[in-house]
Design a binder for this molecule. Sequence first.
Ligand SMILES: CC[C@H](C(=O)O)C(=O)SCCNC(=O)CCNC(=O)[C@H](O)C(C)(C)COP(=O)(O)OP(=O)(O)OC[C@H]1O[C@@H](n2cnc3c(N)ncnc32)[C@H](O)[C@@H]1OP(=O)(O)O
Ligand code: CO
Length: 132
Amino acid sequence: MHIDHIGIAVEDIEKAVETYENLLDEECYKREVVEDQQVDTAFFKTGESKVELLGPTDPNSVIRKYVDKQGEGMHHVAFEVEDIHAELDRLRDEGFTVLNEKPKQGADNKLVAFVHPKDNHGVLVELCQSQD
Ligand SMILES: CC[C@H](C(=O)O)C(=O)SCCNC(=O)CCNC(=O)[C@H](O)C(C)(C)COP(=O)(O)OP(=O)(O)OC[C@H]1O[C@@H](n2cnc3c(N)ncnc32)[C@H](O)[C@@H]1OP(=O)(O)O
Ligand SMILES: [Co+2]
């Protein structure tokens, strides 16, 4: 597994894109709203991995709930895997709480699924598999 991206929850994604374009001295390479997850995303390439900014698109968005409760900040770490179905089965067998029955369509043309932070010492983990 390698880190595909770090997810950062933000209040205002337009402002956050401006900040990170300044900070990283590079343009955001993709903007994508993922209705199913009620998030607006912005991606920056950082070497082999990426930064994914996440803004809420709906009052019921998990990002809305997170920012209201914890404030803006690091939200999840995503690992890219070859076979997400096999990995989810392995993690379930190992006793991890996999939050998705089956992988969902994520951003950046990936299938995604999540493992509850309570099993990972407080870190929400996303597994993603490229559909390229
Ligand atoms: C568009 C896809 C994109 C991609 O990369 O392709 C994405 O990354 S989408 C990202 C947004 N989607 C998700 O995060 C889906 C998975 N998340 C969830 O299902 C929930 O957020 C969940 C289950 C992690 C938490 O939901 P819940 O309703 O239980 O929220 P609570 O505030 O009650 O939290 C319970 C407990 O967990 C702690 N918590 C919540 N979120 C996080 C987090 N991101 N990192 C670490 N810990 C988290 C929260 O503090 C509570 O802890 P407690 O000790 O019980 O107070
Ligand atoms: Co993500």
